[in-house]
Design a protein around this ligand. Structure first.
Ligand code: 3PG
Length: 213
């Protein structure tokens, strides 16, 4: 399960980070992302709808990789995994979340931005950490500085990433993939503007494809 998740990140290179207020938005979102060529989502546990939305997405879109984001404690990790989440993302390092995920052989990407946090992640042998909030903590320069010390580690920068700086991050081999919400913005989901979500997602996919040649 872990290697498969890493392979998916390597291939897709971008994880839409979405906050769903209404369970009913899960299906149009899944459809839109799959059609736009980005069949992956991190559904954040910032709303009551998250658990059910993950259940629906995993059931209706078997070809999609659906993870849970903003998992801040073990109870949420359990609920996310029970709902079918294929990976867990946290904004920070929580040992209980990491230990629970690893116990289930579920990939986990804790948020880190300091060497000490990274060292905690390394205690568990994690191959990839989220770097959050990426732009505010120095962006690629910080990843490069951290990467020179923790050479075995790859990063998933998230926070402040958009179509204008995505490729800069992805160019660096230390970056396995980026997380971002710009193509699945809260306001677009709230308005049910899946057309725009599809357009922004297709644009992002195109940028990545062009970079990959
Ligand atoms: C996250 O949950 O990882 C962030 O809120 C995503 O950051 P962004 O909204 O700046 O893309």
């Amino acid at each position: 399960m872990y290697e498969k998740s890493l392979e998916t990140l390597r291939r897709q290179k971008l994880v839409p980070v979405v906050k769903l207020e209404r369970v009913q938005d899960a299906l149009p979102l899944g459809e839109t992302l799959c059609e736009a060529g980005l069949p992956i989502a991190e559904v954040t546990f910032r709303t009551d709808a998250a658990q059910e939305a993950i259940e629906k997405l995993t059931k209706e879109f078997p070809g999609m990789t659906v993870g849970a984001g903003t998992v801040v404690n073990k109870e949420q990790a359990k609920r996310a995994f029970a709902a079918g989440a294929q990976f867990l993302v946290s904004p920070g390092v929580n040992r209980e979340v990491i230990e629970y995920a690893l116990g289930q052989n579920c990939p986990v990407y804790p948020g880190t931005c300091t060497p000490s946090e990274i060292m905690t992640a390394l205690e568990y042998g994690l191959p990839v950490v989220k770097f959050f909030p990426a732009n505010q903590y120095g962006g690629l320069k910080t990843i490069q500085a951290l990467g020179s010390v923790f050479s075995q580690l790859q990063f998933m920068p998230t926070g402040g990433i958009h179509a204008g700086n995505l490729l800069e991050y992805l160019e660096d081999p230390r970056v396995i993939a980026c997380g971002g919400s710009w193509m699945v913005k809260d306001s677009l989901i709230r308005q049910g503007d899946f057309q725009r979500v599809g357009q922004l997602t297709r644009e992002a996919v195109k940028l990545i494809q062009e970079q990959n040649g």
